[in-house]
Design a protein around this ligand. Structure first.
Ligand SMILES: [Zn+2]
Length: 232
């Protein structure tokens, strides 16, 4: 009988201890609403694994001509502060000729006809970014798909899936953690993989020189002088 009493006392003590720990845990333990977003929200699909399907590729708008995305269609009133492959750079850093933040808020134009395949903030170092996929005419050695990428934007005026025409305003020049002074980081990428990616790498990856690409795909002679787009 004494033995049974002792066992009962041990069980009671353990139960009491568990209750006390439970109460303390409830009072002091993490609450769902206190947990960081990353712990309770589903993670977005890694964009590295997104690629346009053959059908999506086939239905992309045909881009027969490309223009510069900042300044005039020739890129007048702009300069390239860090060109493609300078210091492992994967794009061109386009600035207004006023330098510093004089181009903050300037309109950014779609370089060619295409479909917006990404519009968002992939990472704070990138800030706001747009990716537009374009279908190149048959026979173009870089085709059938290229993507133009616009990063460090202040504002984004397009949404994913939207069809844009060459010269459509798609956003404005801004800053980001890796771009304290406003400029447009502009890339041209080959192929159907939709991935925000990085701005620097030891090799060119799937990027080509944006300036050279636009020059080769303008489809209009350098003597064609269109008026500079108006800031609206
Ligand atoms: Zn850049």
């Amino acid at each position: 009988m004494k033995k049974v009493m002792r066992i009962m006392r041990v069980i009671l003590t353990l139960a009491l201890a568990a209750a006390v720990v439970g109460v303390i845990w409830q009072r002091l333990g993490p609450r769902l609403e206190d947990l960081p977003d990353s712990a309770v929200k589903p993670k977005p699909l890694d964009p590295a694994f997104v690629r346009l399907t053959p059908r999506e590729t086939a239905t992309l708008p045909l881009a027969t001509r490309f223009d510069m995305p900042l300044g005039s269609e020739h890129g007048a009133f702009t300069y390239n502060a860090r060109a493609f492959r300078i210091e492992r750079h994967l794009g061109d850093d386009l600035n207004g000729i006023g330098g510093e933040n004089s181009d903050l808020g300037d309109p950014v134009y779609a370089a060619g006809a295409g479909r917006v395949v990404y519009a968002g903030i992939p990472h704070e170092t990138w800030g706001k970014m747009i990716l537009i996929a374009h279908r190149l005419p048959e026979g173009d050695e870089l085709g059938p798909v290229v993507q133009t990428m616009y990063a460090h934007l202040e504002s984004v005026r397009v949404r994913m899936g939207q069809i844009v025409q060459r010269g459509d305003p798609i956003g404005t020049v801004g800053t980001a953690k890796s771009a304290p002074l406003a400029h447009l980081h502009f890339e041209v990428r080959i192929g159907p993989y939709v991935n925000p990616g990085q701005g620097y790498a030891d090799t060119a990856l799937n990027r080509v020189s944006p300036e050279q690409f636009i020059r080769a795909h303008r489809g209009a002679g350098g003597e064609v002088l269109n008026p500079a787009p108006q800031k609206d």
